[in-house]
Design a protein around this ligand. Sequence first.
Ligand SMILES: C[S@@+](CC[C@H](N)C(=O)[O-])C[C@H]1O[C@@H](n2cnc3c(N)ncnc32)[C@H](O)[C@@H]1O
Length: 278
Amino acid sequence: MIGGNPKKSILHPLAHKAKRWKRQVLHRLVEAKTIHGTSNSQYRKKVIGIYAGQRGAMLARSNQISGHFRNGESVFKNRQFNLRGAKDILDIGSGSGPILSHLIEYADENTNITGLDISSVMIDRARKRLDSKRPRFVLGDLAQLPFQDEAFDCITCGYALEHVPDTRQGMEEIYRVLSPGGRVLLFVTEDTFVGAWTSRIWNCRTHNRKELYDLFKSLDFELGKEFWFTRFHRMLRLGGICIELVKRHPITSDYLGSVAAGDQVIAAGRVSAVSSPN
Ligand SMILES: C[S@@+](CC[C@H](N)C(=O)[O-])C[C@H]1O[C@@H](n2cnc3c(N)ncnc32)[C@H](O)[C@@H]1O
């Protein structure tokens, strides 16, 4: 668990403002300019074009060379993010399919796996690369997911949220299609030096960790584990923001009645154990 009680700050309000201003300036400096000053539809077309081209074609290979594939696999293999019991998993921004291949390997045999991407070219590449009947592929936009409410009990989203101009809109969609108690594994580009390069190569945004966590909380997500692929990643703040989120259960008598004594529940912002009626 992270993000407990915020530390009480002794900074003067003006110092707070200066800090926020500095962060905003840095944001603008590190983020690629292309995402600002273009309409959402122009930006969307640009992203589709980038992934249809050479950079998209190289993605699977560069994932292997950079260790991204292996590092991502360790999160599932070591059950840091446990896929056991998940019935319907959605991988958003599935790209060339690295996360899908881990889902195929580490999720239960009868789990339904869906890959969604905005680029039909990337979907074709993933299909060929994975050569598996298991994932179904859907062409769609994270900002407007083509699924019913609460359709999935588990969602993975690797480095795609930074391609959505309105982050809140993207996260609201993830929240909408996730069932109560469902879990999300999110990897997002951070506003660090390495993130700045990523932003320039892929024309994506970078995110400030604290601001993003505040957004998650405002959407009523419970912040779960924070992941670092290796100690090296943690030390140099590589790999971006990697976090597990849990959608809280609304507290209804139906829900509480369905929970067994001793179970851990996430409701009303707290994890607590349900006690036995006797
Ligand atoms: C950096 S790649 C990441 C691929 C893969 N998840 C991984 O971890 O390697 C981002 C992928 O997100 C897709 N994407 C970008 N914007 C998207 C959007 N709005 N909705 C869905 N997919 C999107 C791109 O087409 C691309 O395949």
